[in-house]
Ligand binder design. Structure first.
Ligand code: FE
Length: 204
């Protein structure tokens, strides 16, 4: 799958994201180009307002509303925008649906591309060298380490995110949830189930 990071200016900065951000912040603040308070506001947005609860709303709607699922299949970014969810790193979202035949799992082999507006800031393991290398090479072993064992007949399809396309896994709706409304359904949708390294919860 094509990956266009090679051309990005950010590849000239340190590869560790924390160092990279700190270096940028220092330079920009010294030059008077950014206001540290404005940066704090952005961080606050991603720490407290944007997070997996938004992706969970999308999944719950997809489970509940066939028309919405149809929109999600044809243009996921547009469908998501109808729920008021949009933003950087979420311009081209593709929804990949788990079925009894196929389990989807998302990685960014080159860096850490991730659907921020839907899932918030990526977890440390998602950015780790180990996950990025092994998700492609031995996805079932990686899944086992996350506590996920799939039926033998279910294939694993691994999607490599890029700066242009971010994937959202739509897990299978758990059995026993027929009577649940969207809010109760959303509560079962974990972050990892939308990356494909987990499965949704089951109703208690
Ligand atoms: Fe990336």
């Amino acid at each position: 799958m094509p990956h266009d990071h090679h051309e990005h200016p950010h590849s000239l900065l340190p590869s560790d994201p924390a160092l990279r951000v700190k270096a940028l912040e220092t330079i920009l603040t010294r030059k008077g180009l950014v206001d540290p308070a404005a940066l704090d506001a952005i961080l606050d947005t991603y720490e407290r307002k944007v997070g997996p609860h938004l992706g969970a709303q999308v999944v719950a709607r997809a489970w509940s509303d066939p028309a919405f699922l149809g929109e999600l299949r044809s243009d996921a970014s547009a469908a998501i925008a109808t729920l008021g969810i949009s933003g950087r790193q979420g311009e081209h979202v593709v929804a990949v649906e788990n079925t009894p035949e196929v389990h989807n799992m998302v990685v960014c082999t080159l860096c850490s591309c991730y659907p921020w507006p839907l899932l918030g800031i990526p977890p440390a393991w998602y950015k780790s060298d180990a996950y990025r290398a092994r998700a492609v090479r031995e996805p079932r072993k990686v899944l086992a380490e996350f506590g996920v064992t799939l039926p033998e007949g279910q294939k694993v399809r691994v999607w490599d995110s890029t700066a242009e396309v971010r994937y959202l896994v739509i897990p299978m709706r758990p059995a026993g949830t027929e009577g649940l409304g969207e809010a109760d359904l959303a509560a079962l949708v974990t972050r990892d189930s939308m990356i494909g390294t987990g499965l949704p919860g089951v109703p208690s």
